[in-house]
Design a protein around this ligand. Sequence first.
Ligand code: GLC
Length: 541
Amino acid sequence: MEHQKWWKETVVYQIYPRSYQDSDGDGIGDLPGVISRLDYLAELGIGAVWLSPVSKSPQDDNGYDISDYRDIDPMFGTLADMERLIEEAGRRGIKIVMDLVLNHSSDEHPWFVEAKKSRANPFHDYYVWRDGDPDSPPNDLGSVFGGSAWQYVPELGQYYLHLFSVKQPDLNWENPRVREEIYDMINWWIDKGVGGFRLDVIDLIAKEPDRKITGNGPKLHEYIRELSRATFGRADLLTVGETWGATPESARLYSNPDGSELSMVFQFEHIGLDEKEGWSKWDLAPLDFLKLKAVLSKWQTELGGKAWNSLFWNNHDLPRIVSRWGDDGEYRVQSAKMLATLLHGMQGTPYVYQGEELGMTNVRYPIEDYRDIELLNLYKERTGRGYPHDEVMASIHAKGRDNARTPMQWDASPQAGFTSGEPWIRVNPNYSEINAAEQLKDPDSIFSYYRRLIALRKDRKAIVYGDYELLLPEHRDVFAYTRRLDGDTILVLCNFYGAHVSFDLPGTLTGDRQLLIANYADEPPRGTLRPYEARMYALQA
Ligand code: GLC
């Protein structure tokens, strides 16, 4: 059996604090708000919360631009609130996983303020600078948020690198002093009792901009090993890297069972299966379902026994899964439960993004109602280049990050119970129908289903540690697989689409079985599934 670890057996819940719960009426979620919802999280049964950044920040990229790593942004509360959150969560058996943004800081961080003063300033070398003329940047590296990745500073006659916005200058990891400062800061948080870290775009830290290498630079794993040795390697923490460029080979390094790097990484291969190949996420294409099966199964088998998977459909950068690959109309409830079953049945640590447990959906706002820097830049850039407005809006409605960032829908009261004031971004108008209060009292709700799924993992080791095998790889509608551990066999059957389907299982899997969970109340005829039906069984030996 796999090496046992608490972070393999738990389920993580991601909170995007500015959209979770406001406690003071300013329209922005905050830490006291999160604390007030801990009982809800305990009821769901999750064991850790990944908190998107709450550190001091000018909020150019909603907190992913940090100006003080050791303090909390007043918008979210105080350091004392954070300490109280760690303690209150701990009393409920929930660990707090902090988001660490180490690839870049804010341009308002004192390091950068100093760095910009002169080439001789001791902090200058904390960032990545290149000489140049005002109208010819060092090269054509682009920023993820559009435009050049180089910004000219006339007083210095130099450019600095920013792989994200101009207000997110990249830190220079080649400088050992930068690395030491970062390790000190992480150790300071470990001593405060956090349960782990999510490492933002960690695969970019070893960039070599002159060779136009951004992700997976040659020194990447060396840096991560040093980081682990100097900080979280000494504690039993959950660490997860955000690695857009991970392959199963690199994931086996990142998540080496010897503990030299991280617990696990987020890989994104399945996330790009509904865009035009070689284009960007905004260039839409239908989902290739057979490829989805192949990709997820590849990660299951290639990491099995050698590394550990993170399982997710959603986060604060991705559209809502029920709108994306389920059906947010007639079959919203069934398809949300099906997608949950499919994911939570696999080997790896499942992540639930706030509101996913309610089946929250995407929004279709006019451009004025959006707030995200990436989406607004895209709109300007594409309409400027002559793309038709409707086409750009179709991309934004399908893929915009604000789909995930509308306020959490707590109840049917004004602003969905999120705030007593004006929310920083509009509430999804469907909150009177889709909200936590309704679902908490309904045993058939999506929330209740997630709760049962999460509880099931705690009962059945085969769901956590069992070996994975894909069934029916060529079936055009059904996603089916088994998990096996010491004679215990779990069978997961999911109909990914909205029509009735039939299929044939291998004879060895057709014996007596015990139902563990399903999203329809009664059994279908053997070898068939109804629209978006999901069933998980334990096979009798
Ligand atoms: C990651 C975060 C995203 C942020 C970016 C820059 O991708 O998830 O929200 O914009 O890094 O920090």
